[in-house]
Write a protein of this length. Structure first.
Length: 373
């Protein structure tokens, strides 16, 4: 008797008058486990190739891309203008046009600080935000303005929320210190930003680029107020608001000083290299944070050179898993060299503290007082 196994690969061929038993090669299905193993190996090859290019290959790219001249501040500024143009190309802000007057309404939930909700139509979208003035501001006592940018999961009102454990009411602290505050509204949630960023990429723009233009139009109108000194404008952002501060200051020269809380990073590692010591963007659902061409030449220390010579303060908490704090210090030490070589090291500072993902009033307010008053 021939077993069923013996018939594997055998077919019966019926020929008139004869019965022939013939061996025939049949295709053998490759096990899925081998296919998956092959695919996994290819994925690993791509991952290692790209990570090496992003992280280890960065310095070779940057050496070619940057031709800084440290012989003087004006010479330095001229020497990075081509890089600034390429940075604008990364964000690629769209052209928007003001299509109506600025509307102001008293904010119903912040009456104690006499805040206003402002909105400016820009064609199919609008620029919105919160505006508040310190007591005593008038045209005879002009005050500096600070753009206060909220982070993801927050609102323009959040920096004014009493007893907030991350923002520490720094919007109110600025008012108490004599600053006017403009708090633009940006898109707040990760799912919304992911969704909109996909649409942005289809037409070669970015959400930070759109939000930059919205802020600039609001700023145009706000500084028309005779109570504001348009020559003394700063910006202070937390988390995604820190991203906005880092992204926008190179392209908005009216901002004379900045505070970046809970964003500044060893950007190559943060974006491309998972590590148990921090949360890499590679392992979370935040595709909105990936921008085409960003790490060709614009790691954080290099972006800082587009902010230089303007004063800049960095906040980072040792318990903040947005970054591993020694790597933040390492990147800051590189950023500081731009100021050192120009003899203006006092204009850049960092506070690494025993805390988390938060703003620091104790250093932020004095820093802005020093440079905007």
């Amino acid at each position: 008797m021939i077993s069923s196994r013996a018939f594997f690969g055998i077919v019966l061929l019926f020929i008139p008058g004869h019965l022939l038993l013939a061996q025939q090669d049949l295709p053998i299905e490759m096990p899925d486990s081998l296919k998956e193993a092959r695919t996994e190996l290819y994925k690993q090859q791509l991952e290692h190739f790209l990570q090496d290019s992003i992280i280890e290959g960065y310095h070779a790219r940057a050496k070619v891309a940057w031709k800084r001249d440290y012989t003087g501040i004006d010479a330095f500024t001229r020497s990075v203008e081509t890089n600034r143009t390429r940075w604008r190309d990364i964000l690629n802000p769209p052209e928007l046009r003001k299509t109506g007057p600025l509307n102001k309404q008293p904010h119903p939930y912040l009456q104690d600080i006499k805040a206003e909700w402002i909105e400016l139509p820009l064609g199919p979208i609008s620029a919105q935000g919160l505006l508040a003035f310190p007591e005593g501001a008038d045209e005879n006592r002009k005050v500096p303005l600070v753009i206060v940018q909220h982070g993801i999961g927050s609102y323009p009102e959040t920096p004014f929320t009493v007893n907030h454990q991350l923002y520490h009411e720094y919007g109110r602290a600025l008012l108490d210190a004599g600053f006017a505050v403009l708090a633009p509204m940006n898109l707040r949630s990760m799912p919304f930003r992911n969704y909109i960023e996909r649409l942005c990429r289809l037409i070669d723009t970015t959400l930070p680029g759109i939000e930059l233009v919205r802020m600039q139009y609001l700023l145009d109108k706000v500084i028309e107020d005779p109570r504001i000194d348009a020559e003394r404008i700063g910006m202070w952002g937390l988390s995604l608001g820190g991203m906005a501060t880092m992204f926008w200051m190179p392209l908005e020269p009216r901002i004379k000083a900045g505070v970046v809380s809970a964003w500044f990073n060893h950007r190559r590692n943060k974006m491309a290299l998972p590590d148990e010591r921090y949360v890499s963007f590679m392992v979370v659902d935040e595709e909105h944070a990936f921008f085409r061409g960003w790490l060709t030449e614009f790691t954080d220390s290099d972006v800082v050179s587009l902010i230089c010579p303007r004063p800049l303060l960095i906040h980072h908490g040792k318990q903040d898993r947005i970054a591993h704090w020694p790597q933040v210090q390492e990147e800051f030490d590189v950023a500081r060299t731009h100021y050192q070589k120009l003899g203006i090291e006092n204009r850049i500072q960092i506070e690494i503290f025993d805390g988390g993902h938060e703003a620091r009033i104790g250093t932020g307010i004095p820093f802005l007082n020093q440079w905007l008053k």
